[in-house]
Design a protein around this ligand. Structure first.
Ligand code: QAP
Ligand code: CO
Length: 167
């Protein structure tokens, strides 16, 4: 089932997500719907917050052919090196806007998988950026928060205008 994606500046995107207490069939249904929604968009990452479910669930697939689905439940990040990377970011909740954001390049992620089993991975590059972007969503944070207030308010005004037309 394709879910509706909340768009900036919807205040529901600012909700702090709760940890998943137990990974159940209901969690897996949410994950399946999130992948369907992300692949349909299409996008490379989606946090449950963006579909108005305020639980710590993330789906990511950086592959061209949708062959590398990655699920993160209750993710925790540890910074591994002090170096940074700048990358052009977009977001399904901020459609049509792309801006450079600076993030940590090298992290270790501890998480549960879709069966509730813990795993760890060390990541760099685009995957590291994407995981940090999605974890920000779980904390009510958006990539536009890293931009200047002027850039952010321009984006907000343009999207608000579009939302009025669509309404
Ligand atoms: C987050 O973003 C990300 O504006 C995932 O019109 C992005 O999947 C992490 C999308 C870049 C790292 C680098 C955006 C689709 C998809 C749009 C996405 C749009 C249609 C964004
Ligand atoms: Co996003």
């Amino acid at each position: 089932m394709i879910l509706d994606i909340l768009e900036f500046p919807d205040p529901r995107l600012r909700t702090i997500a709760k940890p998943v207490e137990q990974v159940t069939d209901q969690t897996r249904k949410l994950i399946d719907d999130m992948f369907e929604t992300m692949y349909d968009a299409p996008g490379i990452g989606l946090a449950a917050s963006q579909v108005n479910v305020h639980e710590q669930v993330i789906v990511i697939d950086l592959s061209e052919d949708r062959s590398e689905p990655l699920v993160l439940i209750n993710p925790e990040v540890e910074v591994l090196a002090g170096d940074y990377q700048d990358m052009q970011e977009g977001c399904l909740s901020v459609p049509g806007f792309y801006e450079e954001v600076t993030r940590i390049d090298h992290i270790r992620v501890k998480s549960l998988d879709r069966d509730g089993q813990p795993f760890e991975m060390e990541v760099t590059g685009l995957l590291a950026v994407c995981i940090q972007h999605e974890i920000d969503h779980l904390n009510g944070k958006l990539f536009v928060d890293y931009l200047s207030p002027l850039k952010r308010s321009r984006i907000r005004k343009k999207l608000e205008k579009q939302h009025k037309i669509q309404a």
